[in-house]
Design a protein around this ligand. Structure first.
Ligand code: SF4
Length: 206
């Protein structure tokens, strides 16, 4: 069966995201779709956004029981459910409980390969945009992490987290004061339709 899927691309610099209307009727039919296989990982650029916009959510994440804390990242571990998993933030009724802006980059950019929007000739500017954005985020997060380490700061030191986040925000501001040129390569919003062949259950690729 073929179906028309609506996709909305949002260019918001480091908080860019992709919305897909198929998620509300996910062909996997397991009430968790792609989120059933993922544990979100928050990096310095996510911390900077949360510190400025939603510090209570960052506090909530840090105090969760099942997290993996590295020098400058926090993974919110999923739980085993049936033959897959469930993300901590996923609810059966409403899908992800985080707004798009609050999510980390995989959750903001991911569109299941069954839709395969990247093959569309008319969407190559967005494909290029999200590839460059991922590369830019990795480079930025690595350089912030390196700088924090040079200052002797790591998230694993529970007693120094206030200073860690204070310095992180200052470094983030310094490193992002000049936005990369590709941020201007796409409009702030573009809505498109693609036709894809729908398969159900485990036949639908994630
Ligand atoms: S944070 Fe939200 S989008 Fe990301 S895996 Fe969890 S439920 Fe899905």
């Amino acid at each position: 069966m073929y179906k028309e899927v609506n996709i909305i691309f949002h260019n918001q610099g480091l908080r860019s995201y992709i919305e897909v209307d198929l998620c509300s009727a996910c062909p996997r039919r397991d009430n968790k779709g792609c989120c059933g296989y993922y544990s979100p990982v928050f990096y310095p650029s996510d911390f900077a956004y949360l510190l400025k916009n939603q510090p209570d959510l960052l506090e909530y994440i840090i105090n969760l029981d099942d997290i993996t804390v590295l020098d400058a990242s926090i993974t919110v571990n999923n739980t085993i459910e049936g033959n897959s998993y469930r993300c901590h933030f996923h609810s059966k009724e409403r899908g992800c409980r985080l707004s798009q802006q609050q999510r980390e980059s995989v959750c903001r950019h991911f569109v299941c390969p069954g839709i395969n929007w990247e093959k569309e000739a008319t969407l190559q500017h967005w494909k290029d945009f999200f590839i460059r954005l991922s590369d830019y985020e990795i480079m930025l997060n690595n350089s912030i992490t390196d700088e924090l380490k040079l200052r002797g700061l790591t998230l694993q030191d529970k007693n120094n987290r206030e200073l860690f986040f204070q310095e992180l925000l200052a470094i983030f501001k310094e490193k992002t004061c000049i936005p990369p040129e590709f941020f201007a390569s796409c409009p702030s919003r573009e809505e498109v339709k693609v036709i894809c062949e729908i398969k159900y259950g485990e036949d639908w690729p994630l």
